[in-house]
Design a protein around this ligand. Structure first.
Ligand SMILES: [Zn+2]
Ligand SMILES: [Zn+2]
Length: 340
């Protein structure tokens, strides 16, 4: 069977033993299950199949499914002889939350689509057929059917219940779905993707105790005059637009005093920071390569905030990492005027 669910596992059912089944029978059952576990699973109404690397050593499955193309999503050198009968695409990524699989979606989607349009079928595999390959298959379903991540994963789960993309990959699928038209056109033009790259860069640099090299700069000029923004209290220069705002959940108050404060004006009242992503006017400061520093208004030089790549503890008690902060006392919040 090709599309049998791969959920069957290798554990031994106790009733098998209780019912007095012979050891040989039990062993046979285990082997049968192991075989079905290694089958390849058809995804929905597509000609895309998914499984682990082991299926490459079962050419009969691939033959039954009329596989013509194979996508391998795993790092390392592979035995080329196994792939010789197929058109082969090899994407080298690890199954880690911080791997960028999103940047490969355009390539894998095009490869899969071309294979199907030419009358073939595609086998997508990683090591176990659980995280990386499921992500690539979900990206293809999102691309073809314009469906949200969970709907795409549900379609795959129908025949392969064991799939479980890691959290980083799920976020990348969501980002892809939420910006689909623009991502298909040119992923690098998607602001949310640039933000994603910026966060990855900060994370990697932070672990190496280095200041990040920033390539994502938010704008400080809006085409709409009353856009939601933060302005310098002293000179009214716009310092950040709402696209650059970074939300954090204020830490719930624990003492009676702070509960009283929160009770009267809401927990946000205890936050004396506006956290934001890098904005273009900060370039001279943030490109100094320091781990932390002060931020001055580029027009009047008033002190407006600070930054720390290792994070800042907000006055509400919550750590925000990384942190670029504008002090609430130094800026005015501008909200769009309601339409008349
Ligand atoms: Zn706070
Ligand atoms: Zn100013």
């Amino acid at each position: 069977m090709i599309s049998r669910p791969a959920a069957a596992n290798l554990t031994l059912d106790l009733p098998d033993l209780k019912s007095g089944a012979s050891a040989a029978k039990v062993l046979e059952k285990i082997l049968q299950r192991r075989e079905s576990n290694m089958s390849i699973d058809k995804i929905g109404d597509t000609d895309v199949y998914i499984s682990g690397m082991y299926a490459m050593r079962r050419p009969q499955y691939l033959e039954e499914a009329n596989i013509t193309h194979v996508v391998s999503i795993l790092r390392g050198k592979m035995d080329e002889r196994l792939f010789a009968p197929y058109k082969h695409l090899h994407v080298e990524v690890d199954d880690e939350d911080d791997e960028n699989l999103l940047e490969h979606f355009a390539t894998t989607n095009e490869f899969i689509d071309n294979a199907i349009n030419s009358g073939g079928s595609v086998f997508v595999h990683c090591a176990m057929g659980i995280s990386r390959s499921a992500t690539i298959c979900a990206a293809y379903l999102i691309f073809k059917k314009q469906i949200p991540t969970e709907t795409a994963l549900d379609i795959i789960r129908e025949t392969r219940p064991c799939i479980c993309p890691n959290l980083g990959f799920r976020e990348q699928l969501d980002l892809y779905y939420q910006n689909l038209a623009q991502a298909i056109e040119n992923l690098n033009d998607v602001p949310a993707y640039q933000r994603f790259l910026y966060r990855k860069e900060v994370e990697i640099s932070r672990m190496a105790d280095k200041a990040p090299t920033i390539t994502y700069w938010g704008q400080d000029e809006s085409p709409t005059p009353n856009a939601e923004s933060l302005k310098c209290k002293m000179c009214r220069r716009t310092l950040a637009l709402s696209q650059s705002f970074v939300d954090h959940t204020p830490k719930p108050p624990v003492t009676a005093t702070s509960r009283d404060i929160a009770g009267t004006s809401g927990p946000k009242a205890t936050c004396q920071h506006h956290f934001i992503d890098p904005v273009v006017w900060m370039r001279p400061e943030l490109e100094k390569g320091l781990m932390e520093g002060k931020l001055e208004c580029p027009k009047c030089n008033a002190k407006v905030g600070s930054y720390a790549w290792h994070g800042i503890k907000c006055t509400c008690g919550r750590w925000v990492v990384p942190a670029i902060s504008l002090a609430r006392s130094r800026v005015d919040e501008v909200r769009p005027r309601p339409a008349l």
